[in-house]
Design a protein around this ligand. Sequence first.
Ligand code: 5AD
Ligand code: SF4
Length: 434
Amino acid sequence: MNERDSNALAADLLKRGYELTDNENAADILLFNTCSVREQAELKAVGKIGILKKLKKKKPDIFIGVLGCMAQRRGNELLKELPHLDFVIGTDQLERLPDILEKEIIKREQISLTEENSEMPSTLTEHIIKTNGVSEFIAIMRGCDMYCSYCIVPYVRGREKSRPIPEVVDEVNKLADRGIKEIMLLGQNVSAFGLNQNTKVRPLESPFADLLTEINKINEIKRIRFISPHPFFFNDKLINTIVEHFPKICNNIHLPLQSGSDRILKSMNRRYNINMYMDVVNKLKSKIPDITFSTDVIVAFPGETEDDFNNTRRVMNDVGFDNAYIFKYSPRAGTPASKYEDQICQQLKEERNQILLKDLTERTTKHNKAMEGRVFEILIEGESSRNAQKWSGRTSNNKVAVFDHNPNLRIGDIVNVHIDRSTSMTLFGSIISS
Ligand code: 5AD
Ligand code: SF4
């Protein structure tokens, strides 16, 4: 989401005559879009901004601003801690960045802008598309009402707010006109898109499924992906819509698990148990060929026993995730879990993290091996990052495939590739037809 916001803000500033630079010593304005989900991310950002004190001393005319979650969480306090900072703009006020810059240019003073806004911003819709860009993110909703007990997001991104379907479709159409082939729909809880406080209690409908159906109608878009759905809202309507629109809706679903233990899920306030989670997985597996799942998992949540952890290991194996973001639990001030007893020591966090990472590599290697000798559709993304002589793209289930360049084909085409060999990270193949 931050990457998407940064892109939209940069596109907005470009339109207003600003220029982008990737050389921080040449910049007149330095902006940091920050994440607060884990403490480490905040520490890194504060460290980096702290180092800029020297640059600001040398070049007092530059502006330094902090945007996003950490700005929202710490506001004025951040301006005090880092007096060389000019402004902080929280998550609900990002679209005011151009105004703030103008204000700063006229009258330099420290500004903190962190009010909540219950409306979805309507201006963060611009896109800077890389040359030959194939894939783009679209933010369809913001905020989160789930209050998982470990998570800071509901406090820093505020209440859930969804965009109207026609507005999203319009943005997709504009991207399609600019040559984009793949859309990644973004939100903290995309499967609750468009639901209100009443419909959310027992969600029988799925406005998110309706959105998928509308985007499915746009011919130039070849692939649709989304992150992240919450399993609680993954109802039959949504499952059937995904099945109906496969393969345009890709057969890799990112479904955050967080833990494989019912006891821990309860303590995390996740609103599902492993039976409910597996029900979604099994329904999708039974209906979509070669479907794969990826996930987010937290290790060493307060009170996680060896048994709980082994349950997570087992469920991860049962689902067969071949990609997973594995996080060590990080206590966030203001969240219920940060006050729970039985916080787990760093060493155990590290050990459990390593065990899951090792399982994951073994599983992925095995899955990729099983893809050898078969043919998959690959969306061509461009030159391979490791070898400019080769091209690379992705399978529908989101695996990177590298193959020989063919002058008849263009970036953005979908080709059939025979997989010859693989590693845990990459498939290597040959084009058999276009
Ligand atoms: N500690 C560790 N991981 C966290 N996440 C959210 N909050 C925390 C926390 N306090 C993880 C969850 C979520 C992902 C975006 O970040 O797994 O799905
Ligand atoms: Fe955080 Fe995701 Fe839970 Fe929302 S659903 S509180 S963003 S972990």
